[in-house]
Design a protein around this ligand. Structure first.
Ligand SMILES: NC(=O)c1ccc[n+]([C@@H]2O[C@H](COP(=O)([O-])OP(=O)(O)OC[C@H]3O[C@@H](n4cnc5c(N)ncnc54)[C@H](O)[C@@H]3O)[C@@H](O)[C@H]2O)c1
Ligand SMILES: [Zn+2]
Ligand SMILES: [Zn+2]
Length: 347
């Protein structure tokens, strides 16, 4: 595939095909990056199987992939912060820079953000992409491109732990042992949580959480609130990170949190929440908050990996070559319980 820009293109539901696409140029302020690693996200697999997430509808052909790292091969005019040969992770959402949200420090909420693999914008499952240099973050020598690709989901976990205000000694409850729950577990531990309880309903996923140091609860088989009471001596947890996002998990979050505790709603598993008990929300003065992706967190996240504070390698389920991308998606779609994160590694 050398010298050409081949893309792995979603041409119909469950159908990925390789097609040659134009070789991009590094425009002013941009880099040209050769892709080295791309993580397959839950959202990519969802578009692959269903062609839409909420109001974002795929218009075929469409290119998936937004968690990526690679090597800088060309610099556009005026790029001074990087050089050819640098390995970088790309922050995949480029905001407009001019709207109220951008100008008030909430660039992650920019309504005009161009985010890889979010319709109508193509993703990065191809050999070369051009990208604004200010959203390309250099990887230190001891951080691999696979780890670089995983900076994206890890940023969400770090955002969750920081938004929840996780502190030294805290007990944290996490709903969901999918990729987002697991990166939140790693982030909560790195922020100093002494105990992290992770609840899910899939035993294989709970096993991964346990390996990462969590106290695990299968809420289908065990009474979660009883377990929380046991672990905290009846006090409740300091912080809840709901990385599942169902009425049942938000309800349990309200019941499991200690007075003046914080709940962060990260998951979007359900369109609407029903039956959330208002009594304890008020009586416990709970702080209930949420987050959308991340902002200004790439440098922090890369430093967390570089320093060894967070070992992100444990979330990789399997690696595939670029040519095996269709298999990587098929395997993630067919075996969700066994798959935390498939990663495409380019030759
Ligand atoms: N807010 C954001 O910016 C943001 C970013 C990325 C993902 N998300 C959302 O976060 C959620 C998690 O993402 P993911 O990729 O890990 O998804 P995932 O589907 O792989 O993981 C969700 C997990 O929740 C578990 N679950 C379902 N019901 C449960 C219950 N009652 N109790 C405990 N666990 C339960 C599932 O078994 C699954 O393992 C999704 O809803 C996703 O849309 C939000
Ligand atoms: Zn992702
Ligand atoms: Zn904007």
């Amino acid at each position: 595939m050398d010298g050409k820009n081949m893309a792995c293109v979603l041409t119909a539901l469950n159908t990925l095909e390789f097609k040659e696409v134009p070789m991009p140029k590094a425009g002013p302020g941009e880099i040209l990056m050769k892709l080295e690693a791309v993580g397959v996200c839950g959202s990519d697999v969802h578009y692959y199987q269903h062609g839409r997430i909420g109001d974002f509808v795929v218009d075929f052909p469409f290119i998936l992939g937004h968690e990526c790292a690679g090597t800088v091969v060309e610099l556009g005019e005026g790029v001074a912060n990087l050089k050819v040969g640098d390995r970088v992770a790309l922050e995949p959402g480029v905001p407009c820079g001019n709207c109220e949200m951008c100008l008030t420090g909430h660039y992650n909420l920019c309504p005009d953000v161009k985010f890889f693999a979010t319709p109508p914008y193509d993703g990065c499952l191809m050999n070369y992409v051009s990208f604004p240099a200010e959203y390309a973050f250099p990887l230190p020598e001891n951080v691999s491109c696979v780890e670089g690709a995983l900076v994206e989901p890890l940023c969400i976990g770090i955002n969750a732990a920081l938004t929840g205000g996780v502190q030294l000694g805290d007990t944290v409850l996490i709903f969901g042992a999918g990729c987002i729950g697991l990166v939140s577990l790693l982030a909560a531990k790195a922020c100093g949580a002494s105990r992290v309880i992770v609840s899910d309903v899939i035993p294989l996923r709970l096993e991964v959480a346990k390996k990462m140091g969590a106290i695990t609860v299968n809420s289908k088989e065990e009474d979660l609130l009883k377990k929380v009471a046991e672990v905290t001596g009846g006090r409740g947890v300091d912080v809840v990170l709901d990385c599942a996002g169902f009425s049942a998990t938000v309800t349990d979050s309200v019941r499991a949190a200690r007075p003046a505790g914080t709940i962060v709603v990260v998951g979007m598993g359900e369109d609407e929440l029903n039956g959330i008990p208002l009594g304890p929300i008020s009586a416990k003065e709970l702080i209930i908050t949420s987050l959308f992706r991340y902002k200004n967190l790439y440098p922090t996240t890369i430093k967390a990996i570089e320093s060894g504070k967070i070992d992100i390698s444990g979330i990789v389920s399997k690696t595939f070559t670029f040519e095996e991308t269709p298999q990587a998606f098929r395997s993630a779609a067919d075996h969700p319980a066994e798959t935390v994160k498939n990663v495409i590694v380019f030759k």
